[in-house]
Design a protein around this ligand. Sequence first.
Ligand code: GLC
Ligand code: CA
Length: 561
Amino acid sequence: MEERKWWKESVVYQIYPMSFYDANGDGIGDLRGIQEKLPYLKRLGVDVLWISPFYKSPGFDNGYDISDYEAVDGKYGSGEDLDRLIQKAHEMRIKIVLDLVVNHTSDQHTWFVESRKSREAQKRDWYIWRDAVQGKEPNNWGSLFGGPAWTLDEKTGQYYLHLFSPHQPDLNWRNEEVRRSVYEMMNRWIDRGIDGFRMDVISLIAKPSEYEDGPVGKNGYADWHPTVANNPKVHEYLREMRRRVLDRGDLMTVGEASAVTVEEAEKYACSDGSELNMVFQFEHVGLDGSEEFKWNDRRIPVSGLKQVMNKWQLELEGKAWNSLFWCNHDQPRIVSRLGDEGKYRERSAKMLATCLHMMKGTPYIFQGEELGMTNFPFSDRSELRDIESLDAYDRYVEQKLFTPQEMLRIISLKSRDNARTPMQWSAGENGGFTTGTPWMKVNPNHVTINAGEQMGREDSVWEYYRRLIALRHSRPCIVYGRFAPCEEGGDRIYAYTRENEEEKLLVVCNFTGEAQTFDVDAPFRERGELLLSNVPESGLLSEGELQPWEAAVISVRNQTA
Ligand code: GLC
Ligand code: CA
């Protein structure tokens, strides 16, 4: 029997503060805005909020470049706003999980300012400094946001490592003082009342002892992932963090683990509790990638998706816990990516929600996903805000790999900025996000897609999410039942079952815009009860027929129970 845990039974809602709700009219979402929307979140039924960074930051990577881990950046409000938000959320029995970004700091963090002062500086070893090799960078790694992963610091004549932008120097986790300072900071956050951490690129914190060249890719640099990601030392550090910080309370921890395999995830999220509760894996959302990384117009193949999801479901069973997500601030909108943005937008959004939320693991909803928000039709470079998208646009256009128009089309399919447009609260000006000028354009479709229109409308995407969340809270089988894939369905239908002592659930999802047939097994056909469906009248039980983008959940009680 699976050990019961609150974070297994929870639904998490991710807030990207800059784009959630602007309470003071300066065009930027803020902490007071989150507080004002707590009743909205409560009504939706979510249990936990993961709030993306609002810490002091120069904002080169929208807050993932932190210059003070314990101060609220002025554009989001004050420390008091934060304490009040935590308190109000707790009064409403909503937990708060914060982003922990400790692979790197901002180059404006006092630690780095101190470190770069001289080769003898007291914090020199807190970051990764190397001499030039033959007058050049210490090795041929590329930064994830373009250019080399090393920047020469003129003053001291050495290079520092940054896997991301030059404004995000990597911390040296081999240094014990760095680790101690991070743990102390985490402990102070726990004292301040937070309920857990989402750990940014945690699989990258442990660096190798030698920096060797790797095979050069199309961008002229080597990919550091094979050397850096999941370096064995990361498990040592996380076990230490567990002893020194995490064991203090009943916290929720989820590690963002790029390039993680099932075998690695079993270590990070092992059910013995020695490291983290769960990780985000990226295999399913990497299926539309290529050698060109993400910049193409490929769609995720349904057969590949099934194979990857089934693998994670089956292989972690009894060993580690899954996290379930389609969207976050780094991913395009799922209804645009895997569903239908047109006629069947609402129905396909509900189908995708069903498919994910009925699996075994903790589901995450990214703001706006509960409305079926779509990608943005970018038509000019000036509409972009994301450092990664801007860099890609400039490089691809300059190297004539794509015309500006082609690149904008691809950005509208794949860019992180698709997730970051302001939340669509109403049909009014700026979608009700701000009374000022929004920091980023609101999607013009806010006139039809918005929370005001959907809340209370029986057949809306929003009401469907609410039902789905309520269903999870009322049926242990959805949380703890065993997962088994159905053979049938090919690249059109994704079907699986969940089962505990009490009941067995059949989940059937049509991933196409055409009607399909599906052979429902005898017990479901004979004694099944339709628990949830996204169409007015499902013909699945009576005829074995699925309408376009239909999803259905059928339950049979176990007769022995
Ligand atoms: C993570 C974040 C992403 C950020 C990167 C560097 O992947 O989710 O937004 O750019 O780490 O911190
Ligand atoms: Ca504001």
